[in-house]
Write a protein that binds this ligand. Structure first.
Ligand code: HEM
Length: 511
């Protein structure tokens, strides 16, 4: 059965596609495999083990429907133990069929309810304000690395919102000594390499040993954080933080999470909550700076809402939670950035629990690892993404852009629309009601992103506040680099050498 699924040429007879998978451009490999096989379902081999990649939104929808029926599981892989001893699971790595996954998923979901997001919004505004002041203190036309600023922002947000802890990453933007987030990033890099190459854990190279030492430091930091939270006794119902929710969990026997499990849960919320959001902020600002027409349109929207610093409005009102739902162009810009540079660009790994029969005739045998592609389905013209590789926020003016209508010409601009033009008109002629979701930056199915409401609150707030306060231009060096030169898939799709911008406080700009 498996042999009927096409496979692109291997890199090596014995290791199969391992080399391509360990390179830090996995998302581009997805495009190469589609080109080589002519199919959006293909097979890869890591030594003797096969995996099937699905990059077709219709088949992905079928696949995730099978997950709901219990026919699909998370792979049984503990990529990298934190600390010594047998590794513990967390909500991300735990099996979908496990009662513990259900307990933690259900028990923490309410931490992200809109009512809590509204309550925590002032923390986000405070963090961004601190960064804004830090950048302003550098003077007019300072060069700032927004990849770093994005990480500091999301790091302090998750620290505050998740654990009631101020890690001070946004307080001194030049301080690199308390680089806890660097620990997380290095750790994740090793996790990525190991999940792509199962043999790596047996190597004793300098790099692997150093990564294990970093993991130890991270372990200590997280243990202290759990102890701090326990001392504050956040079991009280009024504690709306993620930590508070985790502390209140009780299993079927009425037992709280073990200390070891708690450390793992803190780790995963910290990691999943900071890195992803920080890079999304950086990529969105990058696209805006690269597309002056889009930037001007966003500035106009912020100005109209009374949020932009201008000579006639030097101290605009503060950005509020309710602004998020009202600033439509801001929303379009963020969606378009997440479509082009989805930070979770690595395929999502699952295992078929029984033979899976897909509607194109593909049969995936039980036990085979399946990877749900994240990158190509959000760019591929085949799914109606017209000029899919271009940054065109206006495409989101059309309702239901998240969906591809099978057989219909969705998302096709009427003649004459140029890249970045404001009046991109969409001819959304619907010929069939069969809609397939093709925009899933937060994943799909039972294991979709648990913290997406926090990201949906944090990213627009940060983008709006940075743009309101600064005129942002890429440095000539970064402006001249292609996105391929700037990006790296290191766990998440992130800027490889930073996103450097010349920041001019708007208070310094004359009318
Ligand atoms: C722009 C920001 C973010 C993006 C693009 C993103 C993306 C994703 C994706 C694609 C998944 C699914 C993984 C899979 O199916 O295997 C996921 C899962 C997850 N995310 Fe996010 N995420 C973001 C922010 C956050 C935040 C802010 C938090 C929490 C504070 C968070 C916590 C989680 C957790 C705990 C899971 C695992 C859920 C489970 O397996 O049940 N994420 N995320």
């Amino acid at each position: 059965m498996l042999q009927r699924i096409p496979s692109p040429p291997v890199d090596h007879l014995i290791s199969g596609h391992t080399k391509s998978l360990t390179q830090l451009k996995r998302h581009k490999h997805e495009q190469e495999c589609i080109a080589a096989t002519g199919k959006r379902v293909y097979r890869l081999r890591v030594f003797g083990r096969h995996r099937v990649v699905i990059a077709d939104p219709t088949l992905l929808q079928e696949f995730f429907a099978a997950e709901r029926e219990g026919a699909v599981e998370k792979p049984d892989e503990q990529p990298f133990p934190l600390g010594h001893g047998k590794p513990e699971y967390n909500v991300f790595s735990e099996k979908t069929s496990s009662p513990m996954w259900k307990l933690v998923r259900k028990g923490t979901a309410s931490a992200f309810q809109a009512v809590n997001m509204r309550q925590f919004h002032n923390h986000v505004v405070d963090v961004v304000n601190r960064l804004v002041e830090g950048i302003k203190a550098k003077g007019s036309s300072a060069v700032v690395n927004f990849a770093d600023i994005g990480q500091r922002e999301s790091f302090d947000v998750i620290g505050n919102v998740g654990f009631g802890k101020d890690f001070r990453a946004s307080r001194d933007i030049d301080d690199t000594t308390s680089n806890t987030f660097a620990l997380l990033t290095n750790f994740l890099h090793e996790v990525t390499l190991r999940s792509n190459n199962p043999m790596r854990k047996y190597w004793r190279s300098k790099e692997v040993i150093a990564a294990e030492a970093e993991a130890q430091k991270l372990q200590v930091l997280l243990e202290e954080l759990v102890q701090d939270c326990q001392k504050r006794s956040p079991e009280a119902a009024g504690d709306k933080s993620i930590a508070g929710h985790l502390m209140r969990l009780r299993d079927a026997k009425g037992q709280p999470l073990s200390f070891k499990r708690m450390v793992q849960e803190f780790f995963i919320f910290f990691l999943a909550g900071s890195e992803t959001t920080g890079h999304t902020i950086a990529w969105t600002l990058y696209f805006l700076a690269k597309n002056p027409k889009a930037m001007a349109k966003l500035e106009a929207e912020l100005d109209e809402a009374g949020l932009l610093v201008t000579p006639s409005n030097p101290t605009p009102r503060a950005f509020s939670f309710s602004d998020i739902g009202k600033l439509h162009y801001l929303d379009h810009v963020i969606k378009e950035s997440m479509r082009l540079q989805p930070v979770a660009a690595s395929p999502l790994a699952r295992v078929a629990k029984r033979d899976l029969h897909l509607s194109d005739g593909t049969v995936i045998p039980a036990g085979v690892m399946v990877e749900a592609a994240q990158y190509t389905p959000m760019r591929d013209e085949r799914w109606g993404w017209h000029r899919g590789n271009e940054f065109l926020p206006e495409r989101w003016e059309e309702p239901d852009m998240e969906y591809h209508v099978r057989g219909a010409a969705t998302g096709v601009p009427k003649s004459g629309a140029q890249s970045g033009e404001e009046d991109l008109e969409i001819d959304a002629q619907v010929v069939s009601e069969h809609k397939v979701r093709r925009f899933n930056p937060f994943g799909q199915g039972l294991r979709n992103c648990l913290g997406q409401q926090l990201a949906r609150m944090n990213v627009p707030t940060a983008i709006a506040m940075f743009v309101s306060n600064f005129k942002l231009e890429l440095t000539p060096e970064d402006a001249n680099k292609s996105i391929e030169e700037l990006e790296i898939l290191k766990g998440t799709l992130q800027p490889s050498t930073g996103i450097h911008m010349i920041c001019t406080p708007r208070t310094c700009i004359e009318e």
